[in-house]
Design a protein around this ligand. Structure first.
Ligand SMILES: NC(=O)C1=CN([C@@H]2O[C@H](COP(=O)(O)OP(=O)(O)OC[C@H]3O[C@@H](n4cnc5c(N)ncnc54)[C@H](O)[C@@H]3O)[C@@H](O)[C@H]2O)C=CC1
Ligand SMILES: CCCCC/C=C\C=C\C(=O)C/C=C\C/C=C\CCCC(=O)O
Length: 263
């Protein structure tokens, strides 16, 4: 799991992860009798306190924290290798790291889109059945802004549309190539996290559009973190889902079909 320590997934992810252990274990025959989680993040401070809590609850042998910046290829590569050496395999990758700052837009593309592509290509080296892997599933965290425009955030919108497009094409490429790896994405609405705070400062040249965005927040409402985590597990455990974009609203979740231009 990349981008694991604050925000949408934080501690709830792990609690929910073990609640879904049986369903997830059923998918891969070589998993052994329990699931293990490697948490990759660049935030060491948050990591240390959360790891203390989680290891008390679930045991040290089932958890691994690896400091890793998705912008740094060698760090991501080393983190996956360490996960392989410690747990013996990787079956699920959650690409969740993301930032929102329209002022530093090149960095935003680098973390939100390039980081997802980088981690996907590197993890396929371990998951791909053609390379001796056991197959698996990748879930990328996009956003409702991956489907429609978040007007005050054009580059954030572009990065998330990129994640949805990459997910759909990568899923088809993996299936046609026989990799045995499903690729899906999550598209949550607004969630109350650090990314959602101090918004006017994050909108850069479009801070004057913040009132319109606030109207969107009122229209869509706020999604609970637990709703996002449940949606994540649906994408992991439902083997019919490949190339899916799952929208998570306050009242419901639903799949967004891709538009076909060839019919
Ligand atoms: N909060 C919201 O309303 C929504 C958020 N999202 C997406 O959900 C994902 C998680 O966001 P939140 O939990 O809200 O944000 P957050 O800021 O609370 O958490 C983001 C996590 O990613 C990590 N991270 C950031 N840059 C990194 C890097 N270069 N390398 C490794 N880790 C890095 C952070 O340390 C942190 O643990 C993001 O991709 C975001 O775009 C999608 C829809 C709505
Ligand atoms: C279909 C239209 C796009 C709607 C996008 C909906 C949700 C996206 C959420 C995110 O990915 C990003 C999270 C925070 C949003 C940033 C700005 C919100 C401004 C809120 C405010 O002005 O108080």
């Amino acid at each position: 799991m990349i981008g694991a320590f604050v925000g949408i997934f934080e501690a709830q992810f792990s609690q929910c992860f073990w609640a879904h252990e049986e369903a997830a274990l059923g998918l891969w025959t070589d998993c052994g009798s329990s699931l293990q989680v490697a948490l990759l993040d660049m935030n060491k401070t948050e990591a240390e306190s959360l790891m203390q809590t989680l290891t008390k609850q679930y045991g040290q042998e089932r958890l691994l924290f690896l400091h890793c910046d998705v912008e740094q290829e060698e760090q991501v590569k080393a983190a996956f290798q360490k996960t392989m050496d410690t747990f013996g395999g990787i079956h699920i990758l959650c690409n969740n790291a993301g930032i929102l700052n329209e002022s530093t837009w090149e960095k935003m593309i680098s973390v939100n889109l390039v980081g997802v592509i980088r981690a996907t290509y590197l993890v396929l080296e371990h998951m791909n059945k053609l390379k001796g892997g056991q197959g698996g599933v990748i879930v990328n965290t996009a956003s409702l802004a991956g489907i429609g425009p978040l007007v005050s955030c054009p580059v954030y919108t572009a990065s998330k549309h990129g994640v949805v497009g990459f997910t759909r094409a990568m899923s088809a490429a993996s299936a046609l190539s026989g990799y045995g790896v499903r690729v899906n994405c999550l598209c949550p609405g607004f969630v109350q996290t650090g990314l959602f705070s101090n918004i006017p400062a994050r909108l850069g040249p479009f801070s004057h559009l913040k009132d319109g965005t606030q109207l969107l927040v009122e229209k869509f409402g706020i999604v609970n973190m637990s709703q996002v985590v449940e949606a994540f597990f649906e994408l992991v455990t439902d083997e019919t889902k490949d190339g899916a974009a799952l929208l998570v609203f306050q009242q419901e979740r639903k799949y967004m079909p891709a538009v076909s231009v060839t019919d």
